[in-house]
Design a protein around this ligand. Structure first.
Ligand code: FE
Length: 346
């Protein structure tokens, strides 16, 4: 065994030990200081450092169930017997759907209310945004002169015919963006916009956000919509770095309403057997945990005044669309029907 592979083996064994220890250790701690059970749509690498920091500070163990889908359904079927205390997910719409499914409960907390601006949380405290994510425009460095595209509305212009890439219009990120356009312009103008963007597409919608930047790198298209943090994710990946380096970031609508943002957030479940501890974790997340949570994924802390990761700050500060995210859910169904009507994904 080489030194390197021995090191890998050792790390792997240590990792296994941690996982095995988690259950026993978690239960032991539960006696002493209690525990919290989390259902998370967010990936382990995003939430683990945060939970570890919380446990180190409080002695409260955090047990997590990770899943890509089905957690709200699971909460519904488990009902009052659910062991879950908190749901971690992205986009206000998904949090709102958990509320509509009846699996959340309101939280009253002066700490949370003081930390989180009102447009990023439910009025009654059923869900709380913890980080911000901007939906921006990626533009080809060598084919799109700086300043030639500045708004989401510009994507509908004739000069971009055959030059735009997009993932499915039905994707939650795009539905939220379209919902914001409905809110700002009304349904009729939003539909005209969507139809024109569809007409400008270089290819049928496909792939995820990163695949659109890859397409810019390959010369398939010149501009694409994507979430900002993928820029950082691509730069740290050897295969994807050239994709990121082929594009620059445009924070849209700086001269008017600002760039569309969404949240990652948390909701307290209706059953929450460890309610007090769970609220404590939420308050930790909105307080000392802000930087740690945001920087795992190059996101922005939701709490005003919390420093950004230097790399993220280097991408630019920007004006944010002040829209109350609860309004996005109101327009969600209209946005989905609109995507169908204009045949966006066809
Ligand atoms: Fe994402």
């Amino acid at each position: 065994m080489t030194a390197a592979s021995m090191r890998i083996a050792a790390v792997f064994a240590a990792g296994l030990g941690t996982i095995l220890a988690l259950t026993a250790e978690g239960m032991r701690r539960a006696d002493a200081a209690g525990e919290i059970n989390v259902y998370s749509y967010r990936q382990p690498f995003l939430v683990k450092p945060l939970f570890d920091a919380f446990t180190a500070e409080t002695g409260i163990a955090v047990n997590v169930v990770f899943a890509k889908k089905g957690l709200v359904e699971r909460l519904k079927s488990e009902g009052d017997n659910s062991p879950a205390d908190l749901i971690f997910t992205v986009t206000s719409t998904r949090l709102e759907q958990a509320f509509e499914a009846g699996v959340t409960q309101p939280v009253q907390s002066a700490v949370l209310e003081g930390a989180i601006p009102s447009q990023y949380r439910d009025d009654e405290g059923h869900w709380w945004g913890m980080t911000l994510r901007a939906r921006i425009i990626y533009a080809a460095r060598d084919r799109v002169p700086a300043g030639s595209i500045g708004t989401y509305e510009d994507l509908a212009g004739p000069e971009w015919r055959g030059r735009v890439c997009s993932r499915s219009g039905k994707n939650g990120y795009n539905i939220a963006l379209i919902s914001s356009l409905i809110e700002h312009h009304g349904a009729e103008r939003a539909e005209e916009w969507l139809r024109a963007v569809k007409a400008n597409l270089a290819r049928r919608p496909q792939g995820n956000d990163r695949a659109q930047v890859k397409a810019i790198h390959e010369g398939v298209c010149d501009v694409a919509i994507g979430n900002h943090y993928y820029y950082g994710k691509m730069l740290e990946n050897d295969e994807q770095r050239p994709w990121a380096e082929s594009a620059y970031l445009v924070f849209p609508n700086q001269d008017d309403r600002g760039t569309h943002v969404n949240i990652s957030g948390v909701a307290l479940t209706r059953s929450a057997p460890n309610r007090e501890n769970a609220i404590r974790l939420m308050e930790f997340l909105a307080g000392p945990g802000q930087t740690l949570y945001a920087e795992q994924n190059y996101e922005y802390p939701v709490r005003p005044g919390v420093p950004w990761l230097p790399q993220v700050e280097a991408w630019g500060t920007f004006r944010v669309d002040a829209l109350d995210l609860a309004t996005l859910s109101r327009n969600r169904n209209a946005a989905v029907r609109m995507v169908d009507r204009v045949g966006f994904d066809q």
